[in-house]
Design a protein around this ligand. Structure first.
Ligand SMILES: Nc1ncnc2c1ncn2[C@@H]1O[C@H](COP(=O)(O)OP(=O)(O)OP(=O)(O)O)[C@@H](O)[C@H]1O
Ligand SMILES: [Mg+2]
Length: 344
């Protein structure tokens, strides 16, 4: 059952910027959907429209069948954690979290119970008396999360809540938020421009570029089968090669591989893990650099015309800078006019 429906929503700012452009999405109850896209692609604007902090210039937003497009934030069943979280520094943790409940005129005893329960949930039991200035960045993010969760929103809106944190803390909080979200079964829209975050947390990912959904799908589907060159280049490492197709072969510089599509220009996409290197008497590429990542090795390669490619290899000892190699793609996708037209 769809809880949140976004239908053809558009936002044009007064200067003429089309931040969000006829965007549509259905989110099911209990689902966590990540909005993933580069800076300026319209992620925050979209989230703010769902939360009621920004008015769409077109389209409709419904929650549980009710049209909320023009309702103010406090009349929507949504809770939002902003990109730059703003805690009240003159209040302690307890008061920060209790604030929304006080506005709702809930009795003090009930407020205490709820705030203590939610602080426990986010791993801050016993921190109620601390001032927010005496917390680490990660703890402050948890207070911001607690402040939204305590109001028991039907839909949780998170705008890059971990952006300012170091990687280890980000990974830990990511796991914690996913646990909490699943335990409460709370429908969540999560904005990020970190693909790892999206791939590891999301039930579904929406890849956004220029205010439009480029692709919507499960993380594995978006990774394995990107439908546009933008998605192919944005999620994970990818070799994107511009070239020509002639008589069933893709050609770029010395590199050629069978590609059963009509003649003409095409973009070929090959994951580094699907590009094998072979010993060859007539090498098509030269090793530029080898990098040891511990779990695997990455070989940077150059075609004769300077095109840079990457290949993941198990045994780095076989390769060194300057060496000539052959290229053997095991799986490719091809794009023409921004659409996928072939996949092996
Ligand atoms: N209040 C505003 N007035 C005019 N233009 C705006 C306003 N807010 C955002 N924009 C523009 O709308 C576009 C989308 O901005 P938005 O903040 O939604 O991007 P984003 O995807 O969240 O980016 P980031 O990853 O950097 O946070 C940008 O071009 C931005 O400059
Ligand atoms: Mg943003």
């Amino acid at each position: 059952m769809s809880v949140l429906n976004i239908a053809e929503v558009t936002k044009t700012f007064s200067g003429g910027t089309n931040a969000v452009d006829r965007f549509s999405l259905d989110v099911a109850g209990g689902e966590l959907v990540c909005l993933l896209g580069p800076s300026g692609s319209g992620k925050s604007t979209l989230l703010r429209m769902v939360g009621g902090f920004e008015q769409p210039t077109g389209g409709r937003i419904t929650i549980d069948g009710e049209d909320v497009t023009h309702l103010p934030p406090e009349r929507r069943p949504t809770g939002m954690v902003f990109q730059s979280h703003a805690l009240w520094t003159h209040m302690n943790v307890f008061k920060n979290v209790a604030f929304g409940l006080r506005l709702r005129r809930m009795p003090a005893k009930q407020i205490r119970e709820k705030v203590e329960a939610v602080l426990e949930l986010v791993g801050l039991a016993g921190y109620g008396d601390r001032m927010t200035t005496q917390l680490s960045g990660g703890q402050q993010q948890r207070v911001a999360l607690a402040r939204s969760l305590v109001l028991e929103p039907k839909i949780l809106l998170l705008d890059e809540p971990f952006a300012s944190l170091d990687q280890h803390l980000r990974e830990r909080l990511r796991d914690e938020v996913r646990d909490i979200q699943q335990r409460l079964g709370i429908t969540t829209l999560f904005v990020t421009h970190g693909q790892d975050e999206a791939l590891s947390m999301a039930d579904r990912i929406v890849v956004i570029a220029n205010g439009r959904a480029e692709q919507i799908g499960r993380p594995d589907a978006v990774y394995r089968d990107p439908k546009t060159p933008f998605v192919a280049g944005f999620i994970g490492l990818m070799n994107l090669i511009e070239g020509e197709v002639k008589n069933g072969h893709f050609i770029r510089s010395e590199f050629t591989t069978p590609l059963p599509i009509a003649d003409g220009p095409a973009t070929l996409a090959i994951r580094p893990e699907a590009l094998d290197l072979t010993a060859s008497n007539a090498p098509t590429a030269r090793v530029h650099r080898v990098t040891d990542y511990g779990s695997h090795g990455l070989v940077d390669l150059d075609l004769a015309d300077g095109t840079r490619l990457k290949s993941t290899v198990a045994n780095l000892d076989l390769f060194q800078a300057g060496q000539g190699v052959g290229l053997l793609p095991r799986a490719v996708a091809a794009y023409r006019e921004n659409q996928q037209i072939y996949r092996s």
